[in-house]
Write a protein that binds this ligand. Structure first.
Ligand code: SPV
Ligand code: MG
Length: 290
């Protein structure tokens, strides 16, 4: 079974699938090593790694190139965050085959206007596109895929935009009707109440996808018990872990006047060399350097 088929099967499986964010192949490799089922090709993380806002400042090709590099490094399926699809349904038609060719197994596309503003920022600019317009984009994405197992996940930002549960449910139903393989419902409330209410009201056939960044108290066991959620995405924990660790270590080195103290707490150079795939290179040397 290829990677796309594996992803599709797991998405539909009653057992919850877990995806960890990554902004580069090293982060993806560490996520796969930790046992995550899939890699979330987060736009937020990639933007943060360039120190720019998550607002379509980076070019689509920067994101696409990173997804290709990640998919080439890990066996785990990659779910690409294509934001709003980089334009209209025509742009989506041209972009989806490129993501598929890059080795990605699914795209998540959100129903906001282009250029988007990041969802979790307080008072961000959250404007929704018309339902029919987004249906056209979903149909374009489904029509452009070459492998029928490649998944198109529609994300509604209705709760993020403050449009309410009824609007979110209506949109989710319309997106399912347009062919979406799953619905990502996003919220930035600090409690899971809004999400729990949406999940219990959801009567659709396709599974839901949650990103519990804003309501971290909702555990995997609680999500699994809901029965309608196929995938949980940890949206930005790789970049936050990296930023926190770098900030701490850099401050310590300045404070302590050298690297003599921190050296013992950092991964060794040998560990990093292993993560670089050194074993594979040595095997190639053995075979081909005659
Ligand atoms: C991302 O990780 O880029 C996402 C999730 O889209 S969020 O930032 O929570 O909107
Ligand atoms: Mg994003």
């Amino acid at each position: 079974m290829n990677r796309n088929a594996r992803f599709r099967q797991k998405l539909q499986d009653p057992a919850l699938m877990h995806a960890m964010s990554a902004h580069n192949p090293l982060a993806a490799k560490l996520a796969a090593e930790a046992g995550f089922d899939a890699i979330w090709g987060s736009g937020f993380e990639l933007s943060a790694s360039y120190a720019v806002p998550d607002a379509n400042i980076l070019s689509p090709s920067q994101h696409l190139d990173m997804m290709r590099a990640i998919a080439a490094t890990v066996e785990a399926p990659v779910i690409a965050d294509i934001d709003t699809g980089f334009g209209n349904a025509i742009n989506v038609s041209y972009m989806v085959p490129q993501y598929e060719a890059a080795g990605v197994s699914a795209v998540v596309m959100e129903d906001k206007t282009f250029p988007k503003d990041t969802s979790l920022r307080a008072a961000g600019r959250q404007e929704l596109v018309r339902v029919v317009e987004f249906q056209g984009k979903i149909e374009a994405a489904c029509g452009a895929r070459r492998d029928a197992d490649f998944c198109v996940i529609a994300r509604t930002e209705a709760l993020i935009a403050g449009a309410g549960e009824q609007e979110a449910l209506a949109r989710a139903r319309e997106y399912e009707a347009a062919g979406a393989d799953a619905i990502l419902i996003h919220s930035r409330q600090s409690t899971p109440d809004e999400i729990l209410s949406f999940v219990s009201a959801w009567q659709g056939r396709v599974p839901l996808v949650l990103v519990p960044t804003a309501y971290p108290q909702l555990r995997e066991s609680d999500i699994q018990a809901l029965g309608k959620v196929g995938l949980v995405i940890y949206g930005n924990h790789a970049i936050r872990a990296a930023a926190g660790a770098m900030r701490d270590v850099f401050a310590r080195i300045r404070r302590e006047g050298g690297i003599h103290e921190v050296d013992a707490v950092l991964p060794t150079v040998k560990e990093i060399i292993e993560l670089q795939g050194d074993a594979q290179m040595r095997e190639l040397e053995r075979r081909y350097l005659k």
